[in-house]
Design a protein around this ligand. Sequence first.
Ligand code: HEC
Length: 141
Amino acid sequence: MELEKKIIRYVAPAFIFVIVAIFIYNLASHGWIPHPGKSTYQVQCAQCHGDKGEGIRVLIPPLKSSDFAIQNFDSIPCWLRHGISHEIVVNGQSFNQPMYPIKLDDIQVANVINYMNKEFFHSDKEISSAWVRERWKHCEQ
Ligand code: HEC
C-alpha cells in the first residue's frame, strides 16, 4: 500500500512532466500547425529532392541553399509548370536530367514555394497565388 502511494505521489507527476516537456518541444520545433506547403512538398517533390532538400548526388539537384533557385527565384513557378530540360548549375555542380511538369494549382505552387523559402532558402519572403499566376504569364514556353 505504501509503495503504491509513493508511486502515485512521485512517479505520476514525473510522467506528466515528461509528457508536457515533449509536447512543448514538439510545438517549439514544428510549430502548432504544419506549414501548408509541407504536404505538397512531401507528396510531389521529396521523392526526388529529398525530405531535407538534399537532392540525389549527380542526378537530382539539391534545393537546400540552392544558389540557382535563389538567384532565379521568379522562374520557379514556370519550372514547376513546364519542367526544366536543359543543363543547370546548382552550387557549383552541373545537372542535366529533365524535371517533368508537375500538376499543381496556383495555391499549391505558392504554398510549396513559401515552404522552400522557409526550409531551404533561409528567407522569410512570402509570395501569393496571385504572384504565381502573374509569373505564369511570363513563362518562356
Ligand atoms: C521526378 C523527379 C523530380 C520531382 C518529383 C521534382 N523535381 Fe525538381 N528537379 C528535378 C531534376 C532532375 C531537376 C534538374 C533539371 C535539369 O537539370 O534541367 C530539378 C530541378 C529543380 C529546381 C531547380 C534546381 C535547384 O535545385 O534549385 C527546383 C527549384 C525544383 N526542381 C523544385 C521542385 C519542386 C518544388 C518540386 C515539387 C513540386 C520538384 N522539384 C519535383 C527532379 C524532380
